[in-house]
Write a protein that binds this ligand. Structure first.
Ligand code: HEM
Length: 416
């Protein structure tokens, strides 16, 4: 999309330290967020043409505000909205992405979410709990027996990938295909992706969609107990998911299931290593695991920013943000807002989960459908370390991957 060109005259300039392309910022964006929050509630950021929204109450309210949308195409054409559509060369990425739950708005979103939620129920997730526990136990035990290594490659990544593949019923032999496709597609969600990243996302979209259409055809002919079979069978007053809606939803589930949970695990461990008193407390009192997982999700937010289009003029803190603008909701900043959390820069696993209302899983109609599954996986994997492999040590400070939106480390070297 083409960014809006000129900074509106009433805009507050953002803090100079807000530089999502700098390695120092990616490693620790929190001081820049603090400056942003102190400087105002809405900041026009010239390099991306977006309005940065750093305060908790604003992020929370805008996520629920129907004057904003993840797309504008349910109300306006690209021309009417003053934006250029995606280049024709971005097909089939555009179709794949545009038909997934996350990029639909009402009424299409309500319809697809209702159908998908009928197949992906809390019961589906509960039924997976023993599988998640078993996989976490096996991965952590093997990692410990080998004396450690890269926690990302050995535990953080294989667990959610295996769980979502198992849930969907993707045959074991095909699973190695999934992560590269997923990584190539999610590369497009970074700020200003390069031409090479776009080409890789387009290729992956084509291959992944083709693969899934074959799996869907096979499940139609011979249904199993898996989620793809459930998506094929789901009906609501005669309404069903189209094949494209199914393909887009499955890709979304796989991508969501891979990226954020992987990063929450590794960045979560890094946080624990940097706060040995809290790690020791958790090791002594593993009953605090649930609260600790919520605090890890809040303290270093895995998905730092989500965007919305402004469909009707809004005002944020007295600044008018006109229709046609794009806002960048800074989840990482909202989760460190002192107006919402006591001493937000303190990592404290004794914050009760019930009062720890972070925005990490979003809010409003797009609230994360997979939150119960993500919580189950995180509790299983951190819990398995506490039980089977206590006392892990960080062997080297990790490098951060360049992406800021989906933020994570390259690897995490751990030993005993
Ligand atoms: C720690 C892990 C995770 C985090 C932090 C996370 C975060 C989020 C957030 C913030 C949104 C809303 C985005 C927006 O409003 O623009 C979202 C949506 C979604 N997530 Fe997650 N997620 C995680 C794991 C998962 C998992 C494991 C799954 C499924 C397997 C999943 C499936 C989804 C789906 C389907 C949506 C779209 C919902 C809709 O648009 O109605 N997520 N997630």
């Amino acid at each position: 999309m083409t960014p809006t060109s000129a900074a509106p005259s009433s805009a507050t300039p953002p803090a100079a330290s807000f530089d999502p392309w700098s390695a120092a910022f990616v490693a620790d964006p929190y001081p820049a967020y603090e400056e942003l929050r102190a400087a105002g509630r809405a900041h026009f950021f010239e390099p991306t043409g977006q309005w940065l929204i750093p305060h908790y109450d604003d992020v929370s309210a805008l996520l629920r505000d129907r004057r904003l949308g993840r797309t504008y195409l349910h109300r306006f054409s690209h021309d009417e909205f003053g934006r250029q559509g995606p280049p024709a060369g971005h097909e089939p990425f555009t179709t794949l992405n545009g038909n997934g739950l996350l990029d639909l708005e009402a009424p299409a979103h309500s319809r697809v979410r209702r159908l998908v939620a009928k197949a992906f129920t809390p019961r589906t997730v509960e039924a997976l709990a023993p599988t998640v526990e078993r996989l976490a136990t096996e991965l952590v035990a093997a990692f410990h027996a080998d004396g450690g290594g890269d926690l990302l490659a050995r535990v953080a990544e294989p667990l959610p990938v295996a769980v979502i593949a198992e849930m969907l019923g993707i045959p074991a032999a095909d699973r190695p295909l999934l992560r590269p496709w997923s990584a190539a597609i999610t590369g497009m969600f970074e700020l200003n992706p390069s031409a090479a990243a776009a080409a890789a996302a387009v290729r992956a979209s084509e291959e992944f969609s083709g693969y899934l259409r074959e799996v869907i055809t096979a499940r139609r002919a011979d249904p199993g107990e898996d989620l793809i079979s459930a998506l094929v069978a789901v009906q609501d007053h005669g309404d069903v998911l189209s094949e494209q809606e199914m393909v887009s939803t499955i890709v979304l589930l796989l991508n969501a299931g891979h990226e954020a949970t992987v990063n929450t695990t590794t960045v979560g461990w890094l946080t624990l290593f940097h706060h040995p008193d809290q790690l020791a407390l958790l090791q002594r009192e593993p009953g605090r695991l649930r609260d600790a997982v919520e605090e890890l999700l809040r303290y270093d937010t895995p998905l730092q920013m989500f965007e919305r289009w402004v469909l009707d003029d809004i005002e944020v803190g007295g600044t008018r943000v006109p229709r046609g603008s794009e806002v960048a909701l800074l989840f990482g900043s909202a989760n460190r807002d002192p107006a919402r959390f006591d001493s937000p820069g303190r990592f404290d696993i004794t914050r009760p989960a019930d009062g720890n209302r972070h925005l990490t899983f979003g809010a409003g109609i797009h609230y994360c459908l997979g939150a119960p599954l993500a919580r189950l996986e995180l509790a299983a994997s951190f819990g398995a370390f506490l039980r089977l492999a206590p006392g892990p040590k960080l062997l080297a400070e990790p490098d951060w991957r360049p992406g800021y939106v989906i933020r994570g480390v390259e690897e995490l070297r751990v030993g005993w």
